[in-house]
Design a protein around this ligand. Structure first.
Ligand code: URA
Length: 207
């Protein structure tokens, strides 16, 4: 799909999300927070749910956890404009409570459509709600900093940046884990690069 078509399909999706009323929490939101970033990003970060600041601005990860996420992204030489950032659910739950299973289920088609349109090489799950969509039954303390590839997409699990705001030791863990992304991406690109086939060599005959 061309960049223009992709952007227009994403805009349509954002409009669909903006008028979504599948969940009770839609009543109290200021803005939906669909996601933002490069429509052709190699890396897509998926957090949990918008918080107060995100609901106010309609943009993902713009509060304290977002500042740390920006720092992490910059630490590997990237910028939030060159990656794509979204959440499992697109509306802020009241008092920042955990997303409910029905809310995750109702929002899932939006996330799936984003993944299909952006077609990232790596999906980075931030925290356990995002992780459990792609690594069901796994524990974040065991699998953070590791990846698995399913149907051409590589999933990489990380702690949620907000967790590091409460547990200082996780700051370093997140900084170490994110360092694995550039070599992982380089390796995936190498695997995906078409193998150059030499032009057919004609059988040279002396006779
Ligand atoms: N936490 C999230 O999971 N997502 C945001 O957008 C902000 C904080």
């Amino acid at each position: 799909m061309r960049a223009k078509e992709r952007m227009s399909a994403l805009t349509d999706l954002y409009q669909e999300i903006a008028v979504c009323r599948k969940c009770e929490i839609a009543r109290n939101r200021t803005h939906t927070v669909p996601g933002e970033g490069a429509e052709n990003a190699d890396i897509m970060f998926i957090g949990e749910a918008p918080g107060f600041n995100e609901d106010q601005q309609g943009r993902p990860f713009v509060g304290a956890a977002g500042q740390f996420l920006d720092e992490l992204i910059k630490s590997i030489g990237l910028d939030r404009k060159t990656v794509y950032i979204t959440n499992v659910i697109k509306t802020r739950p009241p008092d920042n409570r955990d997303p409910l299973p029905t809310e995750i289920m109702n929002c899932r088609p939006y996330l799936e459509k984003q993944i299909q349109l952006i077609s990232p090489k790596i999906i980075v799950t931030l925290g356990r709600y995002s992780m459990s969509m792609f690594f069901p039954g796994k524990s974040i303390s065991k699998i953070h900093g590791t990846h698995q590839t399913v149907s051409g997409i590589t999933y990489f699990a990380m702690y949620h940046p907000a967790a590091a705001l409460h547990q200082g030791n996780l700051r370093e863990t997140l900084k170490q884990d994110i360092k694995k992304l550039p070599p992982l991406l380089a390796e995936l690109k190498k695997q995906m690069a078409p193998v150059a086939t030499p032009p057919e060599t004609k059988q040279l005959s002396m006779f």
